[in-house]
Every structure is written in C-alpha cells, then in structure tokens.
Write a protein of this length. Structure first.
Length: 201
C-alpha cells in the first residue's frame, strides 16, 4: 500500500490506443525495450497528435508530414524544448519500429541550456514549509527536498520500502523503471513513521 497519495496532473493519454489500436504493437515494443510506463504513454500520445495533425492513415504518414507537424508545434504553439524533444524521439522510435527510414535533417532535438539552481537559504526554506498547512503535502515536500527524488517516485513509496534498522529508503519505480536506495535522515524517518501511525495509509 502506498504511503502517500498525491493528486498529480498527467500529460499522458492512455485513450490513444483506443483511438488508434494500430499503436498497440508500438506500445508493446517500447515496454519490451524497458521504457517506463509513463514514457510509453507519452510516446503514444505524441504519435496520436502526429496522426491527428497529418489527417492520413498511419501507413501514409511521410517525412514531410512529420516536418510540418514539428514546425507547427514550434512556430504556432511555442512548445518548450523538452516537449519538442519528447515528440521528436517518439516519432523517430515509431518510424524505426515500423522499419521505415525518415528524413529529418535540420530538425534534430533541441539543446536545452541549464542554469545552475540557486540554493535556498535556511530562512527561505523555513518560510516555504511554514506556509504548508496540510501535513501530507508538507511531508511530500520534505521528502523530495531531502532525497532529491521525483514526484512520480514519491507517490509510489510503500511502507515496505522503509527498512527497520537502515537509513535507506527504497525507490522501486525510478526513471526508466530502475530502482535505487536513497538515504533519509532520522528526523525524516520519524516524520514518516508518525504519518503512517496517524493516517494508516
């Protein structure tokens, strides 16, 4: 049973398979390649958008359709580089799966420029956590800040992932479906235990 239940906004569209059943083999292919379920859903959603934009059957989609679609996404919708790269990679994998060569010269994934994050001061952290009246959300923020785990990893934490005599917390559903251990402080461990005793999730 999961320790924490947090409502999260999802960009995935599982109904894409219902609208385009021909994507089912592609989804299975991605799953056998070890991609996380969320990534598979996003890739399927990207292909669904491409098919809707092109207005032709999947077998009739050409490199020109892809070019027009990606150009439209950038020029008209001003999508972020990360969303563009996701669509680009999804389309390339879809064509590779079908054994079709695609010509996308000049439409390579965009390079994102990352600025180093600014460290928050202790006073800033206190002010941030002070305004979280909901104890459940406060604990979620504390866990993410202390361990660096993702939201998708946070909501999948289970009671069994905490070890009685160990400072480690098991993360079972990491990026790419892999797992790892993260260290939790005695204070955070105490808060997790108190949450479990209070709410019995």
């Amino acid at each position: 049973m999961a320790i924490l239940r947090v409502e999260a906004f999802s960009l995935t569209h599982p109904e894409s398979t219902m609208r385009h059943p021909e994507l089912l083999p592609f989804r299975h292919h991605l799953q056998t390649r070890g991609l996380a379920t969320s990534t598979v859903e996003r890739y399927a959603s990207c292909i669904t958008r491409l098919l809707k934009f092109s207005g032709v059957p999947p077998d009739a989609v050409t490199s020109q359709h892809v070019r027009d679609h990606l150009t439209h996404q950038v020029a008209k919708l001003s999508i972020s580089s990360s969303w563009y790269n996701l669509q680009f990679n999804a389309i390339v994998r879809w064509f590779e799966f079908r054994g079709i060569t695609i010509e996308l010269r000049g439409l390579q994934p965009q390079r994102r420029h990352h600025s180093p994050p600014r460290d928050m001061t202790l006073d800033e952290l206190r002010q941030l956590f002070k305004h979280l009246a909901n104890q459940r959300y406060l604990l979620c923020c504390l866990i993410c800040y202390a361990t660096g785990i993702r939201i998708s990893e946070l909501v999948n934490i289970r009671v069994s992932d905490m070890r009685r005599d160990s400072p480690l917390l098991r993360i079972r559903h990491g990026k790419g479906g892999s797992g790892r251990d993260v260290i939790i402080s005695p204070t955070l461990r105490h808060l997790l235990r108190r949450y479990w005793q209070t709410w019995l999730p």
